[in-house]
Design a protein around this ligand. Structure first.
Ligand SMILES: CC(C)(COP(=O)(O)OP(=O)(O)OC[C@H]1O[C@@H](n2cnc3c(N)ncnc32)[C@H](O)[C@@H]1OP(=O)(O)O)[C@@H](O)C(=O)NCCC(=O)NCCS
Length: 156
């Protein structure tokens, strides 16, 4: 596995993040956020973003937030050419650690029904705690359900 460097990121990194966002998410499913959505949430308390780089190249990011003792992984993305190298797993582990350090007992996320990312979350010990019908709306008008997954940070 190549050396992956993780670091905290902020508004100044949004340009790079948006390149990854556009490459990583298929517009058919409506999972990607716009730059202004990211900008808006980054100004809120309890929100943090993590950037992954290989050889000083941005390859992925995670956007997360904590409210009281519950954290949420809002976005996780790795550029298509850099997948299956363990970057997603490293970002996820870093989010869990950071969430725990900030006092979270649980980590939640939404994943589209049929998204192969589900394999990553299943192997990391997440369990399904809900289903949201029509949560994602693609640019083509397609509607997709989402599962809510939960990981108990006290046990992992
Ligand atoms: C989901 C995503 C972040 C995974 O990133 P990644 O860097 O490829 O993940 P990793 O290499 O750390 O994968 C770790 C393990 O997760 C599982 N996994 C990851 N992607 C998988 C896929 N497409 N199909 C099956 N299993 C997969 C595998 O068990 C993998 O281990 P292995 O490669 O040794 O078999 C990436 O595919 C992505 O950006 N997808 C598009 C954006 C997205 O849907 N994000 C999730 C929104 S909830």
């Amino acid at each position: 596995m190549p050396a992956v460097v993780l670091r905290d990121a902020g508004v100044a990194d949004l340009g790079e993040v948006m390149v990854t966002m556009t490459e990583a998410f298929d517009p058919r499913f409506g999972e990607a956020w716009t730059q202004s959505q990211c900008l808006g949430i980054l100004s809120l308390p309890g929100v943090w973003m993590t950037l992954a780089r290989i050889d000083d190249r941005p390859v992925g990011f995670a956007l997360s937030r904590i409210v009281a003792d519950e954290a949420e992984l809002l976005l996780l993305a790795v550029r298509p050419g850099d997948r299956r190298l363990g970057v997603g797993n490293l970002l996820l582990a870093s989010v869990r650690d950071a969430a725990r350090q900030r006092g979270a007992r649980k980590l939640f996320l939404e994943v589209r029904d049929g998204n192969p990312a589900r394999h990553l979350y299943d192997s990391a010990g997440f369990r399904v705690v809900g289903c949201r019908r029509g949560y994602y709306r693609g640019r083509d008008g397609g509607v997709h359900d989402a599962y809510t997954l939960e990981s108990d940070l006290a046990q992992t």
